[in-house]
Write a protein that binds this ligand. Structure first.
Ligand SMILES: [Mn+2]
Length: 494
């Protein structure tokens, strides 16, 4: 996994060396994690909301088999291309999205790298799309893993940030960098700025770039729109069905299904969706793709307990204690019966120094009404009782808790009658409990930094918090998306 000089290229242990040994680049901090073992493919759509999409996707799949899986082949060859170019000391051109690594960042990087590789003359550089998160965090991006799986792109053909030493490549004079879906590098990456040759972003320009750097900064709904436009301006016949489907799904998700009411969509997004559909009439209908992607965002069925716990994590702390809250998108009964739950909770809390963990679950009943439940876990009985009492006796707001049977003595479980009380309302109660009395400054709330989850938190804001109760899954999803649309993008403060 780690070459002699510590350059992480994410190679499997039996892969040949990278050839960069003689460059003596310094090691990155921390070892690259092993490639995850293949897991059973999770059901991507609880409640069967994605059914139509799957049906249609199979039709598309037949088309793909004939048209040729061009994008898939391109991605499979990236690791070898990277090695070869490093060995021959030829240019490595990385296309990279932002650190939230949402669907837009991922698809924009894949599609643009693919397009550049097909069209650059002379084709001397290796065009490498890089996902700007450690491989270990990829499973948390459930809408991305869903869409890539639908299009038969295996995780193993992707290259993650902890698998390529960009600073080392830059020092060796081999790196050029195209930024998609962001244009401000985090300070840790400041050294890479000199390597940036091209930027495609859809948020307001926050900094200047050298005139030599190509800039495409347009306030459209999705960076995938800008990538689609770039491809459309290029030579014909480059776009394959898989790339078109990835771009199409991403623009639909980012634009809230092209809904003008959500305020995300622009005429250019609409035009790109039409353009993709005119070239690939087999693309599935908007509603089915959008619904499937929204459902996948909240589908945690394929995650391990540890991944579930950190997908939507916040902590409050006092001088002595750290209390964690995890938003969990499943029924609490299912959660409490997960195999190995207690060991996983204990390991998770011990590794991170949490003395209490409150799991806040949100699930939907048959009528798609949200249901909130709580589980309070702690090995310290006194502490657990104290937190439970604070939650039971809370009045601002009252949570209307009803005890549920718990299979574990160190976990107390509740149904939360007050479904309007989102985590935003519950956190102050927990903070006051830790601080001893309400209104004290003890217990600062902090967003747990890594990994930044691009998803909007259902635990945070209930769809019910806004007037009319939803009547169908689409309505719930629309509402959730609208809430997402009102939030700034996860990396907007960088
Ligand atoms: Mn974006």
């Amino acid at each position: 996994m780690e070459s002699a000089c510590g350059l992480h290229l994410g190679l499997r242990p039996n892969s040949p060396r990278t050839g960069l040994e003689e460059l003596r680049v310094s090691p990155l901090p921390g070892a690259a994690p092993p490639l995850p073992a293949a897991r059973a493919v999770p059901t991507p759509h609880p409640q069967g909301r994605a059914g139509p999409y799957r049906a249609v996707a199979r039709v598309g799949g037949l088309g793909r088999a004939v048209v040729a899986a061009v994008m898939e082949r391109f991605l499979e060859g990236r690791r070898a291309a990277l090695q070869e170019h490093i060995q021959r000391r030829q240019e490595v051109h990385v296309v990279m999205g932002n650190e939230a690594c949402d669907l837009d960042s991922t698809v924009s990087a894949l599609a643009l790298a693919y397009f550049l590789a097909k069209t650059s003359v002379p084709p001397r550089a290796a065009f490498i799309p890089v996902l700007n998160i450690p491989r270990a965090d990829f499973a948390l991006r459930t809408e991305t893993t869903f869409l890539l799986r639908e299009h038969s792109i295996p995780d193993s053909s992707l290259i993650f940030r902890d698998e390529i030493d960009l600073a080392g490549l830059h020092r060796a004079g081999l790196l050029s960098l195209t930024l998609v879906d962001h244009h401000v590098l985090p300070s840790a990456d400041a050294a890479l700025e000199e390597a940036v040759v091209d930027v495609l972003d859809h948020r307001p320009l926050e900094r200047e770039w050298a005139p030599s750097c190509q800039l495409t900064v347009e306030l459209v709904g999705s960076c995938a729109t800008l990538v689609t436009e770039r491809i459309a301006q290029g030579p014909p016949g480059v776009l394959d069905q898989t790339t078109a489907a990835l771009l199409h799904g991403t623009i639909l998700l980012d634009s809230v299904n092209l809904s003008p009411a959500a305020g995300k969509v622009t005429p250019r997004d609409v035009l790109c969706v039409s353009l993709l559909e005119s070239r690939f009439p087999e693309l599935p209908p908007h509603d089915s793709i959008y619904g499937a992607l929204q459902a996948a965002k909240f589908d945690v069925s394929g995650l391990t307990t540890e991944q579930m716990l950190r997908k939507d994590l916040k902590t409050v702390s006092s001088d002595e204690q750290v209390l964690a809250t995890s938003g969990i998108y499943m029924d609490i009964e299912l959660f409490l019966r997960r195999p190995g739950l207690l060991e996983d909770l204990e390991t998770f809390c011990q590794a991170r120094g949490y003395s209490v963990l409150v799991a806040m679950t949100v699930s939907f009943n048959e009528r798609y009404e949200p249901k909130r439940q709580l589980a309070v876990y702690s090995q310290h009985e006194a502490l657990r009782s104290m937190v439970c009492r604070a939650l039971e006796e809370a009045t601002t707001p009252a949570l209307q808790l009803q005890a549920l049977p718990s299979p574990w003595p160190c976990i107390s479980a509740y149904a939360q009658g007050n479904t309007l009380a989102s985590r935003k309302k519950v956190l102050p109660i927990l903070r006051a409990a830790l601080g001893g009395r309400p209104g004290t400054t003890a217990g600062l709330e902090e967003e747990v930094a890594p990994p930044p989850t691009p998803m909007n938190s259902l635990v945070e804001e209930s769809p019910l918090a806004q007037a009319v109760p939803p009547v169908c899954p689409q309505a719930v999803l629309e509402r959730v998306s609208r809430m997402a649309a009102e939030q700034p993008p996860p990396d907007s403060d960088k």
